[in-house]
Design a protein around this ligand. Structure first.
Ligand SMILES: [Zn+2]
Length: 240
């Protein structure tokens, strides 16, 4: 990690965040989203699955619709009203042309300047093995941004090619380059994660609010060490 991180670019209007599961954006990134939507920017979410395999005690047919509702409520807390779901299967998303095509079609439809995704490295901090879905979706996002701009790749999508993505920002990575000050968005970030109440209650016996607050305040404080000790959300930024 570099010693001090650069501030995230702010000369943009539209962002599209693409992740595998409901909750992926709420484990840290939503505080940054809140600050961006406060500034009048439009952020949309595209979730590759409905997270239907995410709750051991709840069968997928019930968990999927529940988690979709929780994700829409989470998004609303940070000013995001446009939430779309693809129908890839939770836990067994395949990296490949079909996934790239779905993501490129969405990028063409949304025409974002900034695309966000989640850590797709093998591990979290070199310690915890990452999930196959995060690896597949993150890598496909990186590739689909290029695909979206090339009219000869996936020429039959409804929307026209879009080559206007200026940056891809990856959150949750070990090697961040940029950060957003999360001071103003942190409280809404906590409430956004708390909307995943059924998921959290199945995950931990801790009080959900204590769990969400301790976790996110801890992340923001840790990441802020490299951003002037302000609470921060960090990203690895890939310019294009
Ligand atoms: Zn996930």
């Amino acid at each position: 990690m570099t010693d001090q991180l650069e501030p995230m670019p702010d000369d943009w209007q539209r962002a599209l965040a693409i992740v595998a599961h409901p909750d992926d954006l709420e484990y840290g990134c939503a505080a940054a989203v809140a600050t961006w939507t406060d500034g009048g920017r439009e952020v949309s979410y595209l979730i590759a699955t409905r997270g239907e395999a995410g709750i051991d005690s709840l069968e997928p047919g019930k968990a999927g619709p529940l988690r979709e509702r929780e994700e829409r409520a989470s998004a609303a807390v940070v000013g995001v009203t446009n939430v779309e779901f693809l129908d890839h299967a939770d836990g067994v998303i395949e990296y490949g042309v079909a996934l790239r095509r779905d993501l490129a079609a969405a990028i063409r439809r949304h025409r974002p300047e900034l695309v966000l995704t989640l850590n797709y490295d093998d591990t979290w901090s070199g310690t915890y093995w990452n999930t196959p879905d995060h690896r597949a979706v993150g890598r496909a996002v990186m590739d689909a941004v290029g695909d979206a701009g090339n009219r000869w790749i996936f020429p039959d999508t409804d929307a026209a090619p879009w080559d206007g993505v200026r940056w891809i920002a990856v959150t949750g990575t070990d090697s961040p380059t940029h950060a957003t000050d999360a001071t103003d968005g942190l409280e809404r970030g906590v409430r956004s994660l708390l909307e995943h109440r059924a998921y959290i209650e199945a995950l931990t016996t801790e009080d959900p609010e204590t769990y969400a607050r301790n976790l996110l305040e801890g992340f923001a404080r840790e990441q802020g060490k490299h951003f002037g000790n302000r609470p921060a959300v960090t990203f690895r930024l890939f310019p294009r």
